[in-house]
Design a protein around this ligand. Structure first.
Ligand code: TYD
Length: 200
């Protein structure tokens, strides 16, 4: 989308278990402590379409790809209209825990889809992030983290799926994407985040 925006849009991406949500919250606190006007938001949202998706996975159901895509699309359009674009127009810094790059790698790796086609679809109408922090780590490590923090894994978090998703993320060819090593401790990963944040 080409509307003039005044704020900054930063997306956090990575496979399940990458620890991106912890870093997203931490960067939000850090920026607020610097007196910045920050909005933290995430996808899928808690609106009806997003909640529908979450409920399906939690009960072990992987919806047909067309249905999954349609629900993410609807959820994202509402999110942009109600939160992302208005915040950018107000000059705020918007930190997103997942954005359309997630659709590119989770839905775009399903049968009959490609990550590039999904990216192009969203680039036609979504505000483009200034920076996308991609938290990368080996799938094995991500699974270990998830197993130690939760009792069971949902339908999106099985390992062969995550391997495909990780590779798809690393192959996304967009200049706004910055890869952050997410295999260290939360403090080590945070150092990597801060290094980038200071550059902006
Ligand atoms: P996640 O960030 O893990 O949410 P939570 O921490 O609340 O569990 O995201 C939930 C799942 O949504 C994750 O497995 C990836 C998936 N997802 C997609 O498949 N496509 C998308 O476009 C988005 C935003 C998320």
């Amino acid at each position: 989308m080409t509307t003039a925006k005044r704020g900054k849009l930063i997306a956090f991406e990575g496979i399940d278990g990458s620890g991106k949500s912890t870093q997203w919250a931490r960067l939000g606190e850090w920026l607020k402590a610097q007196g910045r006007d920050v909005v933290l938001s995430f996808e899928p949202t808690k609106r009806p379409h997003g909640q529908w998706l979450r409920d399906a996975w939690a009960s072990g159901i992987r919806l047909p790809v067309d249905e999954e895509k349609a629900l993410f699309d609807a959820d994202r359009r509402e999110h942009i209209d109600e939160v992302i674009q208005p915040s950018l127009d107000r000059g705020q810094i918007v930190l997103l825990d997942r954005y359309y790059y997630s659709s590119a790698v989770y839905q775009g790796t399903r049968k009959g889809e490609t990550p590039e086609a999904v990216l192009r679809h969203y680039e036609a109408f979504c505000p483009r992030p200034d920076v996308v922090l991609l938290f990368d780590l080996p799938v094995e490590l991500a699974l270990k983290r998830m197993q130690s923090s939760r009792s069971n894994l949902d339908a999106m978090e099985v390992s062969d799926n995550l391997e495909t998703v990780r590779n798809a993320y690393l192959n996304l060819n967009r200049p706004e994407i910055v890869v952050v090593d997410a295999s260290g401790s939360p403090d080590e990963v945070w150092d990597g985040v801060l290094r980038h944040a200071r550059e902006w």
